[in-house]
Every structure is written in C-alpha cells, then in structure tokens.
Design a protein around this ligand. Structure first.
Ligand code: 9WN
Length: 432
C-alpha cells in the first residue's frame, strides 16, 4: 500500500502548477472547483502548504456576489473546449476582474474540505489560523446559493447546467434534453482528441450544453433571468447534499473559532434545507433520493450514485438510511459489480463505459464510504473502500472505472483521463 500511496503523491505533485492543481494533464488544463477542494484533502496528508494554496487560489477567483466559478482559466491554452472566449465571464457585472472563468459553478465542497483539512492536520492551531483567513469567503459563497439560487425560497438550490452538477452526461439529463431542440453548433471538440469518444458525451449532447450557456450569456449570467428562462433548472440531490454538508462544517468551524456572528444564519439555512431535502427529494417507491426538474415541475425518478450521497451529509433518518442501503445493495451491489456504479445498473440507460452513465467514480465512492460509516454500515463501507483500492491498483489512477468486475482482468478497465488528481487525492485519504 505504501507504493500505491507514493504513486498517488507523485500524481498530485505532477498536477500541481503555480498555486493550483489541474485535474488531469491534457484533458483538463485549468482549475476546477470541486476537483480543487477534493485535491486539497489529499495534499493535507503530506503537504499542508499546497492544500492551503489550492483553496486560496480557488477563493481568489470568487466574484463580488460570493459566486465561485466551475473553471478558472489560469493559462492560455486552446486544448480544452469550450474555453474562456466561449464562456465570457466578463459579461457578469460582478465577475472577477483578475481571472477569466466560466459563468457556472460546481458542487460547493469548500466548507467540508476545510473541516477535513482541520481533521487531518497535525498542527491544529496553525490550520485553524489558516481557516480563519478564508472561512468568510466560503460563508459568502453559501449566502450566494441560499439567496440567489432558490427562487421559491424552499431551502433547496437549483443548478442551471449539467456541468454544474459535476455528473455531466448522467442519463437523468436525457429527460431534459427531450424537452429541448438546440441548434447544431459547429465547433472543434478537444476532449475526444485526448480520450476515446466512446467514453465521452456525444456531439448532440454538447449542442445542448452550449445552448444553455448561450441563453445565460444573453442575459449576462443574471441569476434571476436564468431562473426564469433556462431550459435546464434542477434541484440535484448530490449538489444540495454537498452544500448541506459544507454548511454544517462552517457551523462547526465557526464554533471552534469562537466566532458566533454567522452561526445563527447558518443554522437557519441548515434546518430549512435538511427538511426540504427530506420532504421533496425522497422517493418512497424507489427508496432513495432523486433529482427534481424545477423547469418542468416534475421529479426525475432515477437511481444514481447521487441518490445515496445524502448519507454523507447526514440527511436521512436511520430508518431511511436502512431502506437506501438495502436498495443500493440490491441494485448496485451484486457480486459481479464494483460499488458504486454512477447510474442504476438495472436500467436500460446504464452504460458502464461511458462517463457518468454507469462507471464508478472515486469521489462518489469516497463520500459513500464516509456516509456509510457514519450510519454504522461498517461492512458495506469497508467493501466500498476495498473496491476503490482494488480498481485503482488494477488499472491506475483513472478518472472513472468500469463497474463490471469481469472487465478488470487485464488492467484496461480505467477510462477517461489517467493520473487523475482526485482519484489520487482521495485514495490517500482512504488509506490514512
Ligand atoms: C466539465 C474536471 C471535471 C469534473 C467533472 C467531470 C468533467 C468537465 C468536462 O471533468 O467535466 O466540467 O469537460 O467534461 O464530469 O465532474 O469536475 O475533472
């Protein structure tokens, strides 16, 4: 295991550029929001300074309204599409003047990342001091979400783009694509020059992705206009669970710091969100949490790894957690499957090779492992952990992995980018 851990550290060190990490060479040459946070957890185990820098750089790109973009374009390279000239963050009046970025966000991991860094730190006093210098920015980010992304004041925030979910081409979005008919864009894909096209979203899917951005740009990325007009407007259980988890972390950290000025507001958001989450997003028949299509006012009734992520944020009651874990083991946990496929292996839409349509992802497994442990499902948590270690050992630090065990015989069941940062970072955390 020591050798594996050393390899993981090398991956992280190689992907660390000037003050921030790229998720993976060639395929993703900039800083991504949720990648950055998860990478900092890995660094915290062996290089706290880099972990701190990673978060600092991310927060340096925050907009005046508290928003944190999903990609920060630190370097000028045309090896990724769509780049800064397509996204045009400058259209928003409060966007960063220092960095070009996208005008969309990603799951807000920063709050819980700071708490993880504190947990891992061997010098708690120094780490707490560091946290004190950045925590208010994370609070401002939560303030942005709860005040700008919740038009019906429900306690649940919306995402307006599939790239905001982090689970880009999940079959869940197919239902939304059915309601749209975007123009055929002409553009040069770069991802498929780095990675087999069979493992990436289709051209037609990209047309949808670009069209939603064009609508947002027409309105200078105004949150109000997006809420009114975007054809994609979803309450996502993974995104909201991460916000809730991070929000709890902010409460814990402010209390540790002895600063109570924002705690009451955070608690109000927290109570309202957890309640709304349980009331609205739990599907009794499926026995797990699902997405809600706010634009078309209908639940999207599919199981995915996001359905179980709320365990990590302590959202379900113990009784609900029992039901969820039973469903997960029945549908995702067969002998021939590695835990945890990103989409329901019993569904017709399942594709174990294609990105978020079935493969196993290390970040979701890491959250699941923590969530299961928290609820006392020690054996299943251990299986998630061992499965995660095994697929990396067999194939390398890939971006995602085939969920079918039979495919792992010759070490070619890792897909997408190789030497992928969060796969390395979270493996380090699992091993320690
Ligand atoms: C778009 C960087 C990101 C991850 C996402 C993953 C993938 C980008 C892409 O890579 O998305 O954001 O170009 O496909 O789906 O979760 O943050 O690793």
């Amino acid at each position: 295991m020591k050798a594996l851990q050393e390899r993981a550290q090398t991956v992280l060190n190689n992907n660390f550029k000037e003050g921030f990490s790229i998720p993976c060479a060639k395929l993703y040459p900039f800083q991504w929001f949720w990648d950055s946070g998860l990478i900092a957890i890995g660094f915290a185990h062996f290089d706290m300074q880099k972990a701190e820098q990673e978060i600092e750089t991310l927060l340096d790109a925050q907009w005046e309204n508290g928003f944190i973009p999903h990609i920060i374009f630190h370097t000028d390279t045309d090896t990724y599409f769509p780049g800064p000239d397509f996204h045009r963050s400058d259209l928003h009046p409060q966007s960063s003047k220092k960095y070009k970025s996208t005008g969309m966000t990603q799951p807000p991991v920063t709050g819980f990342v700071l708490e993880e860094m504190y947990r891992i730190s061997k010098d708690k006093v120094a780490t707490l001091k560091y946290i004190e210098t950045v925590i208010d920015k994370v609070y401002d980010n939560h303030n942005y979400f709860f005040t700008k992304r919740d038009p019906q004041n429900e306690g649940l925030v919306y995402i307006y783009h599939n790239w905001e979910s982090g689970t880009d081409n999940s079959p869940i979005w197919d239902d939304i694509w059915d309601t749209m008919d975007p123009p055929e864009y002409t553009f040069e894909r770069r991802d498929t020059t780095h990675v087999d096209a069979a493992e990436r979203p289709s051209k037609r899917e990209y047309d949808h992705y670009l069209y939603i951005i064009d609508i947002a740009k027409e309105h200078n990325y105004s949150d109000e206009k997006i809420a009114e007009l975007s054809p994609f407007l979803v309450q996502d259980p993974l995104f909201n669970a991460i916000l809730i988890k991070s929000n709890q972390s902010l409460i814990n950290l402010y209390e540790l710091l002895g600063d109570y000025s924002k705690v009451e507001q955070l608690k109000q958001w927290q109570n309202k969100s957890v309640k709304a989450f349980n009331d609205k997003l739990f599907d009794e028949e499926l026995g797990a949490y699902i997405h809600y299509d706010l634009r078309n006012e209908k639940p999207l009734r599919y199981l995915s790894s996001s359905s179980f992520a709320p365990l990590y944020a302590n959202i379900p009651s113990k009784e609900r957690a029992d039901v969820m874990v039973k469903v997960m083991m029945e549908k995702f946990g067969g002998d021939q499957q590695y835990l945890c496929a990103s989409f329901d292996p019993t569904s017709e839409r399942f594709n174990p090779k294609k990105y978020w349509r079935g493969p196993v992802w290390i970040n979701l497994n890491w959250m699941l492992f923590k969530g299961l442990k928290q609820y006392g499902f020690s054996e299943i948590a251990e299986r998630v952990k061992q499965d995660t270690i095994e697929i990396i050992e067999k194939n390398g630090f890939y971006e995602y992995f085939d969920s079918r065990k039979e495919m792992h015989k010759d070490g070619t069941a890792g897909y997408g980018g190789n030497d992928f940062s969060w796969s390395a970072a979270l493996l380090i955390d699992l091993l320690n």
